[in-house]
Design a protein around this ligand. Structure first.
Ligand code: NAP
Length: 335
């Protein structure tokens, strides 16, 4: 079966997913697209045969030629299109965030749970990165003993003009928030934010920040978030266990040694660093849809928790205090 996909939102990541579905992955094709800017949707459709342009996301969801939906529009619109997909009985892959607030995510949890079957996957792609998967395999095998601490680094060379200070937590550190819950297999119980000396490159922002996450087990995760560090896009992670440590390797495929120095390549942006993870993420989702399986990737519950922890992180940034994470009871569908 070839999975026929409708894409809502033809911006940067939407166009990238259309390219990967059309050119890189197998067993899938894009058959419909929409964007609030109809000219942008038309341009995308004209570049590839067989794509119908719809006026709205709701039309994409309702199109009988669409088997499954990819939501890549602006964050505040995600809730509406995910709910529409659930109501239409179609699997939906939604780029993060699942919705704008924890409360909005609860609407999705309730709607999906009422169907008795998972149909929503959220785009937290670190879980599909080969280095993160290797890191988790070492932790899960117990090779370093119980994890006690994780040191994370999330550095961006720069951010676009519309980037607001809240996005340090909600858009940037949210990837570590999801990845740490997945890596350690436990929930985050509280957050705290430390504010170091300000980087003059980030005029409008309080950059960098250190986000502290306390896990259910008592393990503590620290996340350095730097978004104007110029030298490259650098993602690091080291788990400290009772008997050893495990770290993400260098992103550079080779190291050059010459003239008394060694050097390697640092990715310029997130797309380059995680391009294979996005391919794996969407391919595994497509394979599940084709086989009629519920999605196995990040769920609505994961999207909900990411939203609630982000909200706690923002409150911690505002207050300077440690803020507890308060979750609703987990519906049985997600256990
Ligand atoms: P973007 O370039 O601004 O793309 C968003 C697109 O959706 C724009 O073309 C926008 O049109 C369109 N849009 C807005 N409202 C819409 C609606 N009601 N119906 C249909 N289209 C609509 O942003 P982006 O960088 O691609 O990000 C899109 C989403 O993906 C965001 O939620 C972002 O957080 C997420 N994302 C995730 C990752 C990841 O690593 N997982 C990476 C990048 C982005 P206008 O430009 O005309 O408003």
């Amino acid at each position: 079966m070839v999975v026929r996909i409708g894409v809502i939102g033809a911006g940067m990541i939407g166009q990238d997913h259309i390219r990967r579905i059309s050119e890189v992955l197998s067993g899938c094709e894009v058959v419909a697209v929409t964007d609030v800017d109809p000219a942008k949707a038309r341009e995308v459709a004209d570049a590839r045969p067989g794509i119908t342009v719809h006026a709205t996301g709701d039309e994409v969801v309702a199109d009988p030629a669409v088997d499954a939906v990819v939501v890549t529009s602006w964050g505040p619109t995600h809730r509406q299109y995910v709910l529409a997909s659930i109501a239409a009985g179609k699997q939906v892959f939604c780029e993060k965030p699942l919705a704008e607030s924890g409360q909005d995510c609860i609407d999705i949890l309730e709607s999906e749970a009422a169907t008795g079957r998972r149909s929503v996957q959220v785009g937290y792609m670190r879980r599909y990165d080969s280095a993160y998967r290797a890191l988790k395999a070492v932790v899960d095998a117990g090779e370093i003993g119980a994890p006690l601490m994780v040191h994370c680094v999330h550095r961006n060379p720069s951010v676009p003009g519309h980037y607001r200070k809240e996005m340090m937590i909600t858009d940037t550190a949210v990837h570590e928030i999801d990845a740490m819950r997945w890596l350690l297999g436990e929930e985050i119980v509280s957050t705290q934010v430390l504010v170091p000396r300000k980087n003059a490159n980030g005029v409008e922002l309080q950059d960098p920040l250190i986000l502290l996450l306390t896990m259910e087990s008592g393990a503590i995760v620290d996340v350095e978030i730097s978004v104007n560090i110029r030298y490259g896009y650098d993602i690091r992670g080291e788990v400290v266990g009772e008997n050893g440590t495990v770290s993400l390797g260098e992103a550079s495929p080779v190291t050059v040694r010459r003239e008394g120095r060694f050097s390697g390549h640092i990715p310029v942006g997130w797309r380059e660093r995680f391009i294979r993870a996005y391919d794996t993420e969407i391919q595994e989702w497509v394979d599940g849809v084709a086989a009629g399986r519920p999605p196995a990737g990040p769920s609505s519950w994961d999207g909900y928790v990411a939203a609630v922890v982000s909200e706690a992180g923002l409150e911690a940034l505002r207050s300077g205090a440690r803020v507890d994470v308060k979750l609703v009871d987990k519906p049985a569908l997600y256990t």
